[in-house]
Design a protein around this ligand. Structure first.
Ligand code: M1P
Length: 251
């Protein structure tokens, strides 16, 4: 791939390359690999963990297809098909704080009346805890229903406020995840975390594409970071169109 510009394009996944928790379209994937990758370096940065990224991007070869795959905001980091580094939230905050966050959240979520509640309300990942009032084992229809309800009743925003108030003394950050959840992680372990892994590559430009760019959204920090040139998108189709324009590709 000689002749690629010394530029990195970093993509959020949910809402940017795929619909939330859905698989990328063949069209967009082929475009990224056959049209974008020959021109610039490409990477993914998602709040999701490795299994979800693999599922949504069509298989484990994603770590070879993309130059960089930053799972859990880059706290779990793959490049050239290899796992390069990972950190643990448990080591960072310790068992005591971890349990008080989990206990408080279970208590808070137990008081909520929602259109539906299913299972897997708390998912423990290497670098973050994902809190999900409807439960991650909900169906797609229940996910959509919760998302609509949340837009109207601000369930997650209020949950984030309660967590912030309760744990203001800790070094934890609380952010709206994708569509149905809240991500909890140490301060600084937002998506800007991944930028340290490419600092030595001296890219001339790092472009970031994301949809949750508003305050409280999980793209906010990297979108506003001075190291990135940022592009707000509203869907995978929008990302595809913006890429065609930026790279001057007429198909
Ligand atoms: O967009 C990334 C988010 O994807 C999922 O969010 P949700 O299930 O709420 O749509 C989660 O994996 C979340 O942690 C992640 O930030």
């Amino acid at each position: 791939m000689i002749g690629r510009k010394n530029i990195l394009f970093l993509f959020d996944v949910d809402g940017t390359l795929t619909k939330p928790r859905q698989v990328i379209s063949n069209d967009l994937k082929e475009f990224l690999l056959n049209k974008v990758k020959p021109r610039v370096f490409i990477g993914l940065v998602s709040g999701s963990d490795y299994p979800k990224i693999v599922e949504q991007m069509g298989g484990e070869h994603v770590t070879n297809q993309f130059d960089y795959v930053f799972c859990e905001n880059g706290v779990v980091h793959y490049s050239n098909g290899e796992l390069k580094s990972s950190e643990s939230i448990l080591n960072f905050i310790g068992e005591k704080t971890l349990q008080s966050v989990i206990n408080f959240s279970l208590g808070y979520m137990s008081q909520l009346e929602l259109p539906a509640k299913r299972g897997n309300f708390i998912e423990f990942r290497s670098s973050m805890i994902n809190m999900c009032p409807v439960g991650r084992s909900c169906s797609q229809a229940e996910r959509d229903e919760f998302s609509k309800f949340d837009m109207e009743h601000k369930i997650r925003a209020k949950f984030v406020e309660a967590l912030q108030a309760k744990f203001s003394e800790t070094k934890l950050k609380f952010a709206l995840g994708g569509q149905i959840s809240v991500d909890v992680f140490p301060e600084g372990w937002d998506k800007t975390y991944c930028l340290q892994h490419v600092a030595n590559e001296n890219f001339d430009e790092i472009h970031f594409f994301g949809d949750k760019t508003m305050p409280g959204g999980n793209d906010y920090e990297i979108y506003n970071d001075e190291r990135t040139i940022s592009h707000k998108v509203i869907s995978a189709e929008d990302t595809h169109n913006q890429l065609r324009q930026i790279l001057n590709i007429n198909i």
